[in-house]
Design a binder for this molecule. Structure first.
Ligand code: HEM
Length: 459
């Protein structure tokens, strides 16, 4: 099989790379980055090559734009890097020492403890919950109705996250949790983008609200944990939290309430927000590509007939999988990743010094014409002839790669497949007239004003 490969392309930036002069080599780029981060970062990649250093907000970043370099960081030399200070700063107040940001031996232990909860057999147990929630949701929808699909997908995946994680519906509070999480994400990112960081303990209105929201979610999660502990190991619960609470390390130790809280918050945030965005972008992409939508409907109708989708159908739905791959390529919910160098190492022929921040972007790489023909087009067909095996590692990484690859990948793909199959059977979704859909790079890649759509019942 022929592999897609290119030579490393280093143009400008070579001379300015470490140990080059300090300063602001690409000020113009930094301005574009602030105005339009998604376009800005692609422009840097286009104009300056596969490895480039630039400054944004007086902070140095090294951007990698080649799969081999990304693979060096995520896989081959992964132990020379930590999650970046930037990632930690944005999420630490929400997620504490959860899997997403913990490091070293502590992370390894937590990952070991959490991993069994994500084995295929376990995940498939959640399929019926996912299906039930998706069916209930679509059951309340009517032909001709207008709905903001972005909000619908957020609330749908939130319901699924609450039920699979905590096994309970908590309707009122779950709604509040969604709003709190959205606020906290915007708040963290806004703080990050301010030229001067206002201390978190200053009583500004947004700091006060952030504290209230954190307190609200934290106390809810602790309450559920302590209720469970009071019940003892009753075996009554079959959800992710029960698995985390029952997980025992080789030395017989279990997670403390604080660790359970941090992991539950992490799974909650990482689990529902990313999948919601994947689903929102799916409906948008299908509405813009009716021939893809028709082929998807044909496959779903042919394989499933009138019965609901089950986890075992997955292998018989290659076009659905191709649609999901293509959505994750063009609209990756995790659109950028960052690492901090902790040990001197060499990447792309350059010495990386400790504390340097390295970034690379799914948004940029997965639209790179060297690896994807007609990269801006939504063409699920490209995945049907084994492209995934021909691509070099590091060219397509919607779930990251290496030891820190997303623990919830199987869970997310199962959930997305179930939701897409269940909703697509009942409706076509069409963009409301005049709606302009703008990708907004927050913690995840979101449609800025959601996706206003009209529902058309399928006969
Ligand atoms: C479409 C949906 C999803 C996408 C695109 C996605 C993407 C990612 C990416 C790119 C990473 C790696 C981050 C890094 O290395 O810096 C990651 C890690 C992680 N994801 Fe996901 N994710 C999704 C769904 C989920 C779900 C459903 C869960 C849990 C139920 C989850 C839990 C996590 C956790 C805990 C980590 C940290 C793993 C570790 O470092 O050990 N994700 N995810």
């Amino acid at each position: 099989m022929e592999r897609v490969e290119t030579q490393l392309n280093v143009t400008a930036g070579r001379n300015q790379f470490p140990p080059g002069p300090k300063g602001l080599p690409f000020v113009g780029m930094a301005m574009t980055l602030r105005r339009d981060p998604l376009e800005g970062i692609r422009q840097i990649a286009r104009e300056y090559g596969d490895i480039v250093r630039f400054h944004v907000m007086m902070q140095e970043r090294i951007l990698l734009n080649h799969p081999d370099l990304i693979n060096q960081v995520l896989v081959i030399q992964h132990n020379k890097f930590h999650k970046s200070e930037l990632t930690r700063r944005i999420t630490v107040r929400m997620l504490g020492q959860g899997l997403l940001i913990s490091e070293g031996e502590f992370w390894r232990r937590q990952r070991r403890l959490a991993q069994p909860a994500f084995h295929r057999g376990r995940i498939n147990d959640y399929a019926s919950t996912m299906l039930e929630i998706a069916k209930a949701r679509v059951g309340g929808w009517r032909d001709g109705e207008a709905r903001n699909i972005g909000q619908e997908m957020t609330s749908l995946t939130l319901d699924i996250a609450v039920r699979t994680l905590f096994g309970t519906t908590l309707p009122e509070e779950a709604h509040g949790v969604g709003q709190a999480m959205t606020f906290l994400m915007r708040y963290s990112l806004r703080r990050q983008r301010l030229p001067f960081r206002i201390p978190e303990n200053w009583p500004t209105p947004s700091n006060r609200r952030a504290n209230r929201e954190l307190e609200f979610i934290g106390s809810l999660v602790y309450r559920i944990i302590s209720e469970r502990q009071a019940e003892g190991n009753s075996g009554r619960h079959n959800d992710l939290l029960a698995l985390l609470m029952g997980a025992m390390d080789e030395d017989g130790t279990q997670m403390t309430p604080q660790q359970l809280h941090d992991e539950a918050m992490t799974l909650f945030l990482a689990g529902h927000e990313t999948t919601a965005q994947m689903l929102s972008w799916t409906w948008f992409a299908l509405s813009q590509n009716p021939q893809v939508e028709a082929r998807l409907h044909e496959e779903l109708d042919g394989v499933l007939g009138r019965r609901p989708i089950a986890a075992a159908d997955f292998p018989r739905l290659p076009y659905l999988q191709a649609v999901m791959n293509e959505v994750l390529r063009l609209y990756p919910p995790a659109y950028i990743m960052a690492r901090e160098v902790i040990e001197p190492c060499e990447v792309g022929g350059y010495t990386m010094r400790p504390k340097a921040t390295i970034i690379f972007s799914q948004w940029v790489m997965q639209r790179d014409p060297r690896f994807f023909d007609d990269p801006e087009a939504f063409r699920p067909e490209r995945w049907l002839d084994g492209l995934i095996d021909r691509l070099p590692a590091g060219a397509y990484f919607p779930f990251g790669d290496g030891p820190r690859r997303c623990i919830g990948q199987g869970f997310a793909l199962l959930e997305a497949a179930i939701v897409i199959a269940t909703l697509a059977r009942r409706f076509r979704f069409r963009l409301a007239s005049g709606a302009e859909i703008i990708p907004e790079p927050l913690v995840t890649l979101r449609p800025r004003h959601g996706i206003p759509m009209t529902l058309h019942a399928r006969s």
